[in-house]
Design a protein around this ligand. Structure first.
Ligand SMILES: [Zn+2]
Length: 435
């Protein structure tokens, strides 16, 4: 009898245990990845599970609640989209949505009240891919992905066609002596346009090639190679945005409506300033022009129609410090082009031509990988930052000029910073030059 009483007593004690409250959360980043830290006001224990449907990692904390924070919390990072706080029968669940398919794990607890969730940065660092600097690294960027399918064809969609092409181009490039290729995505997920150059920077690429398929009227076919326009960017931008709204064609920004709106509501002056500033390295721009022409020439070997080398203020090209082009390989809305790009022969011919073009360009031009912008190999000295409070009228472009650093290095130093959403009083990190 006494043991039954004891049991009831223990049970009552357990039920009366105060639930731990979520006090705060924060993120930090280093070269290994992104860490989300959750701090409670009492001891907690967590477990993690993975649900492939939705690509979500669920962290369960029994006997906890969250009076301060509810629902979806944005992370807006290259490695993670968001996490959701869900109370589930006396426990708290954190549904963590990574951006890609790299590992997510629970780190050992710092103390009994702090849980740490870690999203691994699965992109190789330049030291990993190229330890003794013998290789020239090419960053291949298959456009779109995830819930941004790109242009629709009759039997295929752009995000799939460009991923298949990118994978094959990578294997062609990897066959060439002294060259290595890395993809910005090797699966079907969405990467924000402004995050794609960060991957190119991390891997120390000498060159960046974004692959796309265009859409138009059924009879239009052929390829176009774009490099960044720094002149008349405002006009081009608006014209292109007009196109974006009137048709689901390849545009300046991805077909993701959120990104389109973001750019559309930004003042055109600040965009112009950013773009002009980004192109401060005229050399990069000239190299991009040469690269665009070399690739357009090599693509002639595929027998496809050359629609020419053009310039546009594509977002994905605008923070790149290496020669960079965006190729509209063909029109997915044209039956011949679609059939060609989804055939083995078509894929072989185009990727071979591009690999040869890239090799020819790199052999004739002395292209050095861009100077390191951010991140550091494990054990290396942490990059130095100054914290700056945003004032009225600031843009990332003029901050970069004023501090003598690159626009892209400010972006790289501030996880989740959106260049078009600066607000007065916001604290941002400005890299301190130590070279
Ligand atoms: Zn596209």
């Amino acid at each position: 009898m006494s043991s039954v009483l004891q049991f009831i007593f223990l049970l009552l004690c357990c039920l009366n245990l105060e639930a731990a409250n979520l006090e705060s959360f924060s993120t930090s980043e280093d070269v290994r990845g992104l860490t989300l830290e959750l701090v409670f006001d009492a001891s907690v224990k967590a477990s993690i599970s993975y649900q492939s449907k939705g690509n979500v990692h669920i962290i369960r904390v029994p006997n906890a609640k969250s009076p301060k924070f509810k629902g979806r919390q944005e992370l807006d990072h290259l490695l993670a989209i968001s996490f959701h706080i869900k109370p589930v029968s006396g426990a708290l669940e954190f549904w963590f949505y990574p951006r890609g398919f790299f590992g997510v794990s629970l780190l050992p607890q710092l103390d009994s009240q702090t849980i740490r969730i870690h999203a691994k940065n699965g992109y190789p660092t330049r030291e990993e891919i190229n330890p003794d600097g013998r290789y020239q690294v090419v960053c291949i960027d298959p456009g779109h992905g995830g819930h941004d399918p790109g242009a629709p064809g009759s039997k295929s969609v752009e995000k799939q066609v460009v991923l298949a092409m990118a994978r094959q181009l990578r294997s062609e490039i990897n066959k060439l002596p002294g060259m290595k290729a890395v993809l910005t995505r090797d699966a079907d997920y969405k990467i924000k346009l402004e995050d794609r150059p960060k991957i190119s920077d991390r891997v120390g690429a000498s060159l960046f090639v974004s692959l796309h398929m265009n859409s138009s009227l059924p009879q239009v076919r052929g390829y176009e190679v774009f490099y960044l326009s720094e002149k008349g960017a405002t006009q081009t931008l608006e014209a292109r945005l007009g196109e974006a709204h009137s048709q689901a064609s390849e545009t300046l920004v991805s077909s993701d409506s959120q990104e389109t709106n973001t750019i559309a509501t930004n003042s055109s002056e600040s965009i112009l300033q950013q773009i002009i500033f980004d192109m401060q390295q005229v050399e990069t721009l000239n190299s991009s022009a040469v690269l665009a022409n070399v690739l357009a020439d090599h693509l002639k070997e595929t027998g496809r129609r050359n629609r020419g080398v053009r310039r546009a203020a594509f977002v994905v090209l605008k923070t790149i410090d290496t020669p960079s082009v965006l190729i509209e390989m063909g029109y997915i809305t044209n039956k011949d082009d679609e059939a060609f790009f989804t055939s083995e022969e078509g894929k072989n011919r185009v990727t071979l031509a591009l690999a040869k073009g890239i090799q020819s360009f790199l052999s004739k031009n002395d292209i050095k990988p861009a100077k390191k912008l951010s991140g550091n190999p494990a054990g290396a000295v942490e990059p130095a930052y100054a914290v700056y409070t945003v004032q009225s009228g600031d843009t990332l472009g003029n901050l970069a000029i004023r501090h003598g650093v690159r626009y892209s290095s400010i972006l790289a130093a501030n996880a989740g910073l959106h260049p078009d959403k600066l607000f007065v009083g916001q604290k941002i990190r400005i890299p301190v030059l130590n070279e």
